[in-house]
Design a protein around this ligand. Structure first.
Ligand SMILES: [Zn+2]
Length: 458
């Protein structure tokens, strides 16, 4: 008996000495449930995710409202009113949909599995993690006795396909939802984190503009055994080759200048680029300081992403198609750019615009919302206004003159950032919980609106 008892005591002592895996936070549990709803776009299937979130909100005592497109795409809104009349509104925005999981995962992408201290699944970072952190912010703000700002938490459909059935639909068909909006806080922040230390917190204030095009060439169909110079595929390829041969002038936009100059004090690479901006502007060409991945911030890019013609090797198709994903700088004249492209493609090719976005001013890197974001994101490390080459729903607001800010409240190593849209997207639980705490600070500060109280006294 005695030895056995000793043995058991030893086992208990050993278990107690091991670092206990802390139970996931309440918010991590919510995120796991959210990741288990497959909202791959297309088709999106946002209704199930919206139902889950509406249930969560209801349990926490907050009502929400669904907005549905004629095709059945669902977005969800929850409003936390101010305790004063006619208060300005800050929107906490994220998207319900995710891109396809793709191949190469170490875990099932829609299982919401916790492994090695991280929560794994498509959308963990982009953007369901942000959505849950914002929801926690909303709940924290609800506890305040006095709220001088209203918060509108918004989970939208379709961001990954351009937002036509999500943010753009809401802005067009439900403009009342956005009455008195002062600013929008969504995804798109770009922090620089190295070995657990965040060197700078990047708040996105400007981005490229998508111009998605479908190009069609028509020609004489027939059997491939004959000579056929009027082949649709040949016309398409010749036109695209002329377009690809177009010169690619480098330009320094105010957005790029502000970004590199703001980052320069904290980042040697950015400092080198900032020192060469005038040379780039004067020559229209890259300089030695430009690193891989930076070119998109200086040129209008043009990528042929899809090609289609005949389905059979020995049949000449009547029609050949290409899709082009072009990304324009914030101040590029879209119609002039399109006219130049059409000219290079040649007269026989039809060009249809699938998605475009008008020019817009960068959001101001100043003012109360900017300051609340900076203070809430970081106790350490500077905050810089960032210009990104990707696109987010922020552009729908900026083009309407509403300030929009892209943030990432999570301190993530670059390797984790690369898993966004790739295999093994995951978020360490500690980083997630710290991000939730940041969103609570931000939401409480904005809702409390001390700045508005100070203004009223003046
Ligand atoms: Zn996203």
């Amino acid at each position: 008996m005695i030895p056995r008892t000793t043995c058991a005591c030893l086992a208990v002592a050993l278990v107690a000495a091991l670092p206990a895996a802390a139970a996931p936070s309440r918010e991590a549990g919510w995120l796991a449930d959210y990741l288990r709803v497959d909202t791959t776009n297309p088709p999106g299937n946002e209704a199930a995710a919206a139902a889950l979130l509406a249930g969560l909100l209801r349990e926490q005592g907050l009502p929400s409202e669904r907005y549905v497109t004629p095709a059945g795409r669902v977005s969800l809104a929850a409003r936390l009113p101010a305790t004063v009349a006619d208060a300005p509104v800050v929107v906490l925005l994220h998207h319900l949909d995710v891109v396809a999981a793709g191949e190469g995962w170490s875990v099932p992408p829609f299982a919401g599995e916790i492994r090695d201290g991280a929560l794994w699944g498509r959308g963990a970072i982009d953007a369901k993690g942000l959505g849950i952190a914002q929801l926690a912010g909303l709940l924290a703000a609800a506890e305040l006795p006095v709220r001088r700002r209203e918060l509108l938490w918004l989970a939208v459909a379709d961001e990954e396909a351009g937002g036509g059935a999500g943010t753009a639909f809401l802005l067009e068909h439900h403009p009342a939802l956005f009455a008195r909006v002062e600013a929008v806080i969504g995804e798109g922040g770009l922090n620089r984190t190295v070995l657990g230390r965040t060197l700078s917190w990047g708040i996105e204030v400007a981005q490229k503009r998508p111009l998605w095009l479908d190009v069609v060439a028509r020609g004489r169909p027939g059997h491939a055994s004959g000579r056929n110079p009027e082949s649709a595929a040949h016309r398409l390829i010749a036109g695209l080759a002329r377009a690809l041969a177009a010169p690619e002038p480098w330009r320094v936009t105010p957005a790029a200048r502000r970004y590199f100059e703001a980052l320069a004090p904290f980042d040697p690479q950015a400092r080198a680029v900032a020192g060469e901006l005038d040379a780039i502007a004067a020559s229209g060409r890259p300089t030695g300081a430009i690193q891989p991945g930076m070119a998109g911030l200086f040129v209008d890019t043009f990528q042929i992403t899809q090609l289609a013609a005949s389905e059979r090797i020995n049949v000449v198709a009547a029609e050949a198609r290409a899709s082009i994903d072009a990304r324009l700088l914030p101040d590029t004249d879209e119609s002039a750019w399109l006219a130049a492209l059409r000219e290079r493609l040649g007269p026989g090719l039809e060009v249809a615009v699938r998605l475009s976005s008008p020019p817009s001013e960068p959001s101001p890197a100043e003012g109360p919302v900017w300051r609340a974001l900076g203070a809430g994101l970081t106790g350490r490390g500077p905050v810089v206004p960032v210009f990104i080459s990707g696109i987010t729903d922020a552009r729908h607001f900026r083009e309407r003159g509403v300030a929009a800010y892209g943030i990432s409240p999570f301190e993530l190593e670059p390797e984790l950032g690369r898993a966004v849209h790739g295999p093994d997207e995951r978020i360490p639980l500690a980083a997630f919980d710290a991000g939730v705490a940041r969103l609570r600070r931000i939401a409480r500060a904005l809702a409390a609106g001390e700045d508005l109280a100070a203004e009223a006294k003046r």
